[in-house]
Design a protein around this ligand. Structure first.
Ligand code: ARG
Ligand code: ZN
Ligand code: CA
Length: 319
């Protein structure tokens, strides 16, 4: 029964995503997010395609969900108190601008370390209604190596082409997080693969114009929050609105959101979902501009850390 319920909710979550895309394009006012074009849902669209292609994926996801729901943060014992993720950066470029500098790459690693350790300066701006749930996730990222390759291609799309032999194939994805940096196109800032997928395509992709805080990083996505958001997906976080109207992100301490938020919403922004809670528009798993995103919650932390515990989908990183 539990299994059936999960599968039904999974089908709901993933089909609702594409429907939301239509309503976004039809009804949403133009704002800063729209300036870069259609930017929603690349992660979920890729995931949906993978679910359709691989009949065993849904069962692996269900196992990960059961593991996450059993995980108790208060009993967690981490390796040396902290998880450290080596990051392999795969840069694919045609133009010199796309061949971003080491400094731009390092600026992104620095943002990840701040955002996942509550060291971001805007963490202090979390509204007091959320002070009981705001989290120091406690994961560190270390730049392992940068690989660069010239390819005469103007954009790479979201079909994982950059992870194949035309691009750069993933380096030891069971112990290192691979980050591909290239021009994705279609106004998509980035996308990620959830845990449970094929290891050859495991990792995150961020467009070079939205990576880090310097060089080609472009306002309003020039504070490195695209990678923070995508790494959140890579650590099994869903969008805070659950990719459906008043949908669920499977996290208890995040409020129910009507839909994605764009720009920098004025606080308090109320949900019209059951209970009309104040939306947590500053959560990294919303779609606000980079300066409008600055927190994870304890519930999200628990989902993420459960992956590194014994039996977890990213346990190999904790060894
Ligand atoms: N649209 C992207 C995705 O979910 C990332 C959005 C990141 N938001 C930001 N303000 N940087 O795949
Ligand atoms: Zn996303
Ligand atoms: Ca929630």
């Amino acid at each position: 029964m539990k299994k059936l319920m999960f599968l039904l909710s999974a089908v709901f979550v993933f089909t609702a995503c594409s429907e939301d895309d239509h309503s976004e394009n039809d009804n949403q006012p133009r704002d800063t997010a729209e300036v870069v074009g259609k930017r929603g849902c690349a992660t979920d669209e890729v995931f949906k395609a993978q679910l359709a292609a691989d009949p065993t994926l849904a069962a692996r996801i269900q196992q990960i969900e059961e593991h996450a729901s059993k995980f108790d943060l208060s009993n967690a014992r981490l390796v040396n108190g902290q998880i450290v993720i080596p990051v392999v950066v795969n840069v694919l470029y045609r133009t010199t601008a796309e061949n971003i500098s080491d400094a731009q790459i390092q600026s992104q690693i620095d943002v990840l370390n701040k955002d996942f350790n509550a060291q971001n300066t805007d963490f202090a701006s979390v509204p007091s209604v959320f002070s009981g749930v705001k989290a120091n996730v406690g994961i560190r990222f270390e730049l392992d190596q940068v690989r660069r390759k010239y390819v005469n291609r103007t954009s790479w799309g979201t079909n994982n082409l950059m992870k194949g032999s035309t691009g750069l194939t993933a380096l030891t994805p069971t112990t290192k997080m691979n980050l591909w940096v290239c021009t994705i196109g279609n106004g998509i800032l980035g996308y990620a693969q959830f845990p449970g997928g094929a290891s050859s395509t495991d990792g995150v992709v961020v467009d070079s114009k939205y990576l880090g805080t310097t060089g080609t990083a472009t306002y309003p996505f020039n504070l490195g929050r695209t990678a923070t958001h995508e790494v959140g997906h890579w650590l099994n976080l869903r969008h805070i609105w659950g990719d459906a109207t008043c949908g669920t992100d499977l996290v208890a301490d995040t409020p129910t959101h009507n839909t994605a938020n764009y720009g920098v919403p004025t606080y308090p922004h109320y949900s019209t979902c059951t209970g009309t809670p104040i939306e947590m528009t500053m959560n990294y798993m919303d779609y606000s501009d980079d300066r409008g995103l600055y927190m994870f919650t304890n519930g999200q932390k628990s989902r993420m850390l459960s992956l590194f515990s014994s039996g977890g989908a990213r346990y190999s990183f904790a060894q």
